[in-house]
Design a protein. Structure first.
Length: 369
């Protein structure tokens, strides 16, 4: 059994000054130096490349994440100009490229890349020295300064883009604002360019209105990289049934996020309109487990009538690390604990393989060039 992580904003390591080529114990115990991120402690890091290999995480949809500072921003530390947004995104793309150059990873650009990479992992007796597959996505559209600049990012390997993230993005409304904004000027043109170039639309982190407007313009393949079900957990960050069904109807895949904010219904207050950070004001980590993750996976399966559209979308380390993950998850190696949970719920091996990695594999084999 393998794992394909549908969401890993791995390039956050650039901002957090983490060496992800090291074993997880070394990443967690690294001596603090200037340039770290004290509110997201290194000691809570969930993933490094050796830990992914240990946990049989064959590949991940990794992200370029830039939130430009503008009116309505909720992240608080974004770049102040277009040029800085572009440069920060390019720096993250360079991080992924150097990992590939050094043999630590392999950027998956084509359908045949995905097929051969996963076949190599399935056939290898040991994963210790294998490259980890990286499929490049962009979380929020801020680094793309004008719609025609999409070609430049495509040539660098970017194959998946979401219009929004937290707060308003360049081309449309994101989540965490409490305001249901749609597409902005240039958004429809970007979507049409994505359609022509074969770039996949990720509907995650995008306001309901913006998703619905985008789907009226964009006719290509869609996915939800790390998106949970509003029917189970209230709040604008989760999606309603009609959007989940739209992803399913277009043959897409929905990755369940392991962010505890998105898994617990103990939060009586919808936190729309702010970016929550202090979870302990609302619930304890012990309140959330992989059973809650399985609930969202099962909900998607019930909507679809099969196991062909649900997957893991860890938001690995993007939720703040282990303290923001379910109580029974310490590192990405614990994603495999979903297997016995799904077995106890009556899922057969083929269904479990679909959830753990096959659905992402088939989707990208079908829709990448």
């Amino acid at each position: 059994m393998l794992v394909f992580d549908g969401d890993y904003p791995m390039a956050l390591a650039v901002a957090f000054n983490r060496d992800l080529t090291r074993p997880i114990e070394e990443v967690r115990s690294a001596e603090p130096i200037r340039g770290g991120a004290p509110h997201w402690s290194d000691s809570q890091t969930m993933a490094s490349l050796p830990e992914m290999r240990r946990g049989r995480v064959t590949a991940a949809l990794v992200k370029i994440v830039v939130d430009q500072a503008r009116h309505g921003s909720v992240m608080g530390n974004g770049p102040r100009s277009d040029e800085l947004s572009y440069a920060r995104g390019m720096g993250q793309a360079a991080y992924y490229r150097i990992l590939e150059t050094k043999g630590e990873a392999r950027i998956l650009r084509t359908a045949s890349d995905v097929a051969s990479h996963i076949a190599m992992w399935e056939e290898s007796k040991s994963t210790t020295n294998l490259p980890v597959g990286l499929l490049l996505g962009m979380e929020g559209s801020d680094p793309i300064l004008w719609p025609d600049q999409l070609d430049e990012w495509y040539d660098l390997g970017v194959r998946v883009i979401s219009i929004g993230h937290y707060g308003p993005a360049r081309y449309g409304g994101g989540t965490g604002t409490g305001v249901n904004e749609g597409l902005y000027p240039g958004g429809a043109e970007l979507l049409r360019n994505m359609d022509k170039r074969g770039v996949i639309l990720d509907v995650t982190h995008t306001s309901d209105r913006c998703v619905r407007e985008a789907l009226a313009v964009y006719q290509g393949p869609i996915l939800a990289s790390h998106q949970n079900c509003r029917a189970l957990v209230p709040g604008e960050r989760q999606q309603p049934d009609d959007i989940l069904k739209a992803v399913i109807d277009r043959g897409g895949v929905i990755g369940t996020s392991l962010d505890t904010w998105m898994l617990t219904n103990k939060v009586e207050k919808d936190w729309s309109g702010k970016r929550p950070m202090k979870r302990t004001d609302y619930f304890t980590r012990e309140d959330v487990s992989l059973e809650d993750v399985a609930n969202h996976i099962d909900y998607v399966n019930q909507l679809a009538g099969n196991s062909l559209h649900s997957a893991v979308g860890g938001d690995t380390d993007g939720q703040g690390g282990a303290e923001g993950a379910p109580v029974d998850v310490d590192t990405v190696a614990d994603y495999m604990k979903l297997v016995p949970i799904l077995q106890r719920r009556g899922y057969q091996r083929a269904d479990i393989e679909n959830v753990m990695y096959r659905n992402w594999q088939r989707f990208f084999e079908k829709h990448l060039p």
